[in-house]
Design a protein around this ligand. Structure first.
Ligand code: LMR
Length: 397
């Protein structure tokens, strides 16, 4: 008997909802749970540029031999350029980069790297944060604490409390900062608030790990990466976990990268060897397919332009859905301040609904959302928006 001491675990708070939704036979069910973009039909499209790049790659490929463990060269360069923009060339001598298994792989490798560099260090994540930060960083052996970030009762950032908390963080702590489209709150710091956060990071000698999973879905490709670019200009070291799941729609291809700006150019080779070694010990190397697609799209002007256009259309559709939901709520509940819905960015917002009501929304209305009342705005459409608004309006505070 080898496994008798183990117990079944409850379903994952986000992914568990996928199977519950699938099993629900009600034709009017609404999935506002997992963070995947959906178009008005409810489908998650393969982006046009992805489809074209993919067809070419499949036609041309002559081997399935391993790619280099560090990743596809053009993908690594392309991702660095998307993140650092005009600063890319200046930062290049201090940029280490390894392709990873999605943004999750990047976070896990970053955690492992930090653990090797600062053995007893702490990782700080926002309260609330994306649930899997705990699994990924905890899995790397890090102690995790939460800094105040979002007040879901008042739908506002707790910026002063956040800064005060970080001011007390021991030097060399790892500070996880989601950049653009915060998951689960949709609330991002303003430019001046980012400056204040970076002031504390710099003054306290903290190491930021930027989690960049929604670049281009908030304000624009450049604006969403602006805090990282600012940080790269003023800090001696930082890490960025990049996901192309959402902005290239490559979810299942598990395509991401870990970037690090090193203190000196001489650290780049060392850091890349450490990153590859950590990945090798977990999954050896990343899958090639998604990275080859991103490489081709970023490298070919017409594919790149088409990708940007489609990404922008997705972004604008989410903003429009936010407006429509807020308009419906305003009509149903004129007493309620719902302005935050249109100020927040990206796919997620926290409705601030109680757990028991969330369960009832599921059993009575077949509306699925995460247990902290996070909804995926992109799951709304012309067929379900009014029904969702009517169901949630009486429950909102
Ligand atoms: C989400 O937050 O819903 C997505 O990032 C999917 C996931 O892996 O949790």
């Amino acid at each position: 008997m080898f496994f008798t001491s183990l117990k079944s675990l409850p379903p994952d708070s986000i992914l568990g909802l996928m199977s519950a939704f699938r099993q629900d036979l009600n034709p009017d069910k609404v999935d506002l749970s997992v963070g995947i973009y959906r178009e008005s039909s409810g489908e998650t499209p393969v982006m046009r540029a992805v489809r074209r790049a993919e067809a070419e790659i499949i036609n041309e490929q002559v081997t399935k031999a391993y790619i280099p463990p560090i990743g596809v060269e053009g993908f690594r360069a392309g991702v660095a350029e998307l993140v650092f923009g005009d600063e890319t060339n200046a930062l290049q001598p201090r940029t280490a980069c390894v392709q990873t298994v999605g943004g999750c792989g990047a976070l896990r490798v970053a955690g492992g790297l930090y653990k090797r560099a600062v053995d007893k260090g702490w990782a700080y994540v926002s309260a609330p944060t994306w649930g899997n930060h705990f699994g990924l960083l905890g899995g790397a052996g890090l102690n995790i604490t939460e800094y105040p970030y979002y007040d879901s009762e008042h739908h506002a950032l707790r910026i002063d409390q956040m800064l005060n908390y970080l001011r007390r963080a021991p030097p060399r702590s790892l500070i996880v900062l989601q950049v653009g489209c915060h998951n689960p709150s949709g609330a991002d710091p303003s430019d001046t608030e980012w400056d204040a956060i970076l002031d504390v990071i710099e003054a306290r000698s903290l190491l930021p790990l930027f989690d960049l999973a929604y670049q281009g879905m908030g304000t624009s490709i450049d604006a969403d990466a602006a805090p990282v670019r600012k940080a790269a200009k003023r800090l001696s070291a930082l890490m960025v976990a990049v996901s192309t799941s959402k902005n290239f729609g490559l979810y299942r291809e598990r395509t991401g990268a870990l970037l690090a700006i090193t203190e000196t150019p001489s650290q780049v080779e060392m850091l890349e060897s450490q990153m590859q070694d950590i990945a090798r010990g977990m999954y050896s190397m990343s899958p090639a397919h998604g990275a080859l697609i991103v490489d081709r799209i970023l490298d070919r002007p017409e594919l790149r332009a088409d990708w940007r256009d489609e990404l922008e259309a997705m972004r604008l559709r989410i903003i429009d859905l936010r407006r429509q939901l807020q308009a419906a709520l305003r009509t149903l509940r004129p007493d309620l301040d719902s302005g935050w819905l249109v100020e927040q960015r990206g796919m997620f917002s926290l409705l601030g609904i109680d757990r028991a009501d969330i369960d009832r929304l599921r059993s009575e209305h077949h509306i699925y959302m995460v247990g902290d009342s996070r909804i995926n705005i992109a799951g709304l459409n012309d067929h379900n928006l009014d029904m969702v608004a009517s169901a949630i309006a009486p429950l909102m505070k």
